[in-house]
Design a protein around this ligand. Sequence first.
Ligand code: PLP
Length: 421
Amino acid sequence: MGPSNPGVARGGRCFIIDHQARPALYTMIAWASQPPRTASPAHAVANSATAAIADRRMPRPLYAQINLSALKANLARAREKAPGAQVLAVVKANAYGHGLTRVLPALEDADGLALVELDAAMALRDMHYTRRILLMEGFFEARDLDDIAQRRLAVVVHDEEQVRMLESASLSRPLEVFVKANTGMNRLGFPPGDLVRVCERLSGLASVAALRLMTHLARADEDDGVEEALRTFDTACRGLPYPRSIANSAGVMRYAEVGGDIVRPGIMLYGASPFAYDTAEMLGLRPVMTLRSRLIGIQDLQPHDSVGYGAAYTATRAHRIGVVACGYADGYPRHAPNGTPVMVCGRMTRLAGRVSMDLLTVDLSDIPEARVGSPVVLWGEGVPVDDVAAAAGTVGYELLCALASRVPVVVSDTGALDLEL
Ligand SMILES: Cc1ncc(COP(=O)(O)O)c(C=O)c1O
């Protein structure tokens, strides 16, 4: 089988699927390979790996599939859980590693976007994104205020220094300002008792067009985590007639308690759970990123044989080990221990051996049909990223954000697909 009949795997060789056989997929590949309309590094679409995929080269049988229909469904879920609220989709860190410009078409139904990177926010405006864009850490230098004003970016103000910068600014147009209260996170935000005074100062400024009130909950994912913070926020906001923004994903999922006029869901949009015990599936969320690879080698182990650096796995019986083209330089966590879930040939198995830069190894004891070329899912469809993260002692956020730029990305907008490499 060769490029004249692409799309079919044999003996571990890889071809991108024929566009006549799978027109929808071809469209996706073309879409994914479009160059960004700006050169901003924060949200570059086409890395060289993605370009290689579009070019029908597959340097390694590893790619991340981004499912835009899942993202749309997750956004709809956020809306459903927060009826009547405006939804700002959180897209910081290059849309949690998914690629900001790549996911933008799936966020059409959001009332706006929220992020922390000024260059990415400016690039969104340059791409003619017209809805609200909120800079969640606000601004750091007075000299940036003009760019912010010209591009109609909304800003969080969480510190006296920012208030002083706004007092002495002379802007081409006034800003929408979200005044942030600290309700127990103790990172950014004014002491609750200062909120009224700060709002009074800001409301009189020529540089301020409109005020909103905001907080970020430290423990919205815990059963008893919101009540005290909400009480504090409510007291801080008393008498202030401005819309409020409170909920992140955990808050949105428990909206009845949290409320707020403008919600800021992040992780739920990407199909991972904000909670330790409720899975994404239980919350009605679908994974957006699926990291797929193939077996590129198989070893037969005898009892006492060990695998990989440091001999971190030693066989107690004879069995096969599969070698997967994915390692920590692709964003897979090096600290994932033996036992971390992996899917091979559609069946669950586990990591066996230390993750190295380009490779990881899996137990094939229960998968006799596995061959070189067999499909592997590292996380996503069938393997919740939260489960991989939990095994590795971290959270899904970190794994998604860490997808390496050398991993090709394929965008799908029709649901789950395997490229059949
Ligand atoms: C201020 C603020 N709001 C909302 C979010 C979104 O949080 P999550 O991804 O948990 O929904 C974040 C993310 O860290 C944030 O910093």
